[in-house]
Design a protein around this ligand. Structure first.
Ligand code: SF4
Length: 449
């Protein structure tokens, strides 16, 4: 990869975080703190933790901080539940100036009492925010006292917004989950052909789609982290014989801890696109080394591919000559998107992530064509500049990137937690192609000057 020339980047310190794939071999700098003043597109630590934990459906999610932090994620997520809807509420201690001066611990204890009395939940997550980190409320002590008082689990999530980046929030969420699933003195009985599915948040029912594929293969999902999960199901997590990880950025840490603590092996998978879905199902089947599972898996891949492959490939002609830009949260999704765009005949000309790791950027570098811009922890100015320079017709991103795309007059696809349609599995590959078509080939772009 060739680094962008110094004079060509708006902020000097960002030079090593942006590269163009070319002749020169140079490693992109990633997984570092955002540079102050760069207006990073990254979300904060609290947001990272909230993304991971919010889909636990029967938990109270209490945000200890000013009301603004709670509104940030208030009921805007696409995670679906097959049971409790408690998670759709966002509770806040609504800290004010007086609490900042005198401390918010009493207010927090009182909020937990009221919520437990009203909702009878067995599990409460209490999220720390920036101001709590500043004033130094002892979350651990308040949660411990509340847990003893009510005889339930009250788990602090150490997610003050300024203590790192979104990836630190993932880790804080995983630490909270580890506290929940540790069996204590309980005996753990392993269940055969039973796996945990990590890093799927059941957006538009995606975890249900994958669960159904696995059932057809003869494999049962013990619990999903954390899409459509519940308190009692999460407690049984140590019983699984394998962990599969979709969103590596948020869940690799939890999987490695579960390997260490409960001896559960793990493999990374991706159910985005036809190629990665089929490959992931085969790798799960390989783990079990069972001829019946292998036969069922091949049958599933054959029948599903036959059903959707022609539909997906039918779009290639319509997309001839189109170019895509990608800016998403994690590296695994970026890697799958390159392959998925290839399946429908679109070249990715700019690609970046908020929290991608070194090994993921190495894979991205292998997959993209020469001349592709690869950037980590970007800001809107950089996205605008490289999308324009590379002539992208489409941007894939999240809620923060949508206005940027529309202002530039290019098509947009939401691949974030607020979307309402599934993009996973074979059915998701068809949805993806259809969505690319409806946005990219919309007549509206004729009227953009
Ligand atoms: S935790 Fe801090 S950075 Fe995050 S939303 Fe709240 S105030 Fe903003």
């Amino acid at each position: 990869m060739a680094a962008i020339p110094l004079n060509d980047v708006e902020i000097k310190e960002r030079e090593k975080s942006i590269v163009i794939k070319g002749k020169q071999k140079k490693q992109l700098i990633c997984d570092t703190e955002s540079i102050a003043g760069c207006v990073s597109q990254r979300a904060c630590v609290y947001c990272g933790a909230r993304v991971v934990l919010n889909p636990v459906t029967d938990a109270v999610h209490l945000v200890h901080g000013p009301i603004g932090c709670a509104s940030y994620t208030w009921d805007i997520r696409g995670s679906l539940s097959s049971g409790s809807e408690l998670y759709r509420n966002s509770f806040s201690t609504d800290l004010k100036e007086e609490d900042v001066i005198f401390g918010g611990e009493k207010k927090l204890a009182s909020a937990i009492d009221q919520l437990v009395e009203k909702y009878r939940a067995e599990l409460v997550f209490v999220y720390s925010t920036c101001i709590v980190g500043v004033i130094g409320d002892d979350l651990e002590a308040v949660c411990k006292a509340a847990a003893q008082k009510h005889g339930i689990e009250v788990i602090p999530v150490q997610s003050s917004g300024f203590i790192g980046n979104k990836a630190a929030g993932y880790r804080a969420a995983c630490d909270a989950l580890l506290r929940l699933i540790k069996p204590g003195g309980r005996q753990v009985k392993k269940r055969e052909k039973c796996i945990n599915y990590l890093g799927d948040f059941n957006l538009a029912g995606e975890a249900w789609i994958i669960r159904n594929y696995l059932r057809q293969m003869g494999v049962e999902v013990n619990v999903t982290f954390t899409g459509d999960s519940r308190y009692t199901a999460l407690k049984k997590a140590p019983e699984a014989c394998l962990n599969i990880i979709q969103c590596a950025g948020s869940m690799n840490y939890l999987a490695s801890k579960m390997k260490e603590l409960f001896d559960i092996p793990y493999i990374n998978v991706s159910f985005l696109g036809l190629e990665d879905t089929a490959d992931s199902l085969r790798r799960i089947a390989e783990f079990f080394n069972d001829s019946e599972i292998t036969r069922r898996t091949e049958e599933l891949i054959r029948s599903e591919s036959a059903r959707v492959k022609l539909i997906v490939e039918g779009y290639r002609e319509k997309f001839r000559g189109k170019k895509a830009a990608v800016y998403v949260g994690g590296g695994f999704k970026a890697i799958s998107l390159i392959k998925q765009f290839r399946e429908i005949g679109i070249e990715v000309v700019m690609i970046g992530t908020q929290t991608g790791r070194k090994d993921e950027y190495e894979t991205i570098n292998e997959l993209v064509n020469d001349g592709t811009v690869v950037l980590d922890d970007a800001n809107p100015t950089e996205l605008e500049r490289f999308m324009t320079e590379k002539g992208a017709h489409l941007l894939v991103g999240g809620v923060k990137e949508r206005p940027l795309a529309y202002k530039l007059g290019v098509a947009f696809i939401d691949h974030n937690h607020d979307r309402k349609h599934p993009l996973s599995g074979f059915v998701g590959a068809v949805n993806f192609a259809e969505e690319v078509y409806s946005t990219l080939c919309s007549p509206v772009w004729k009227y953009v000057r």
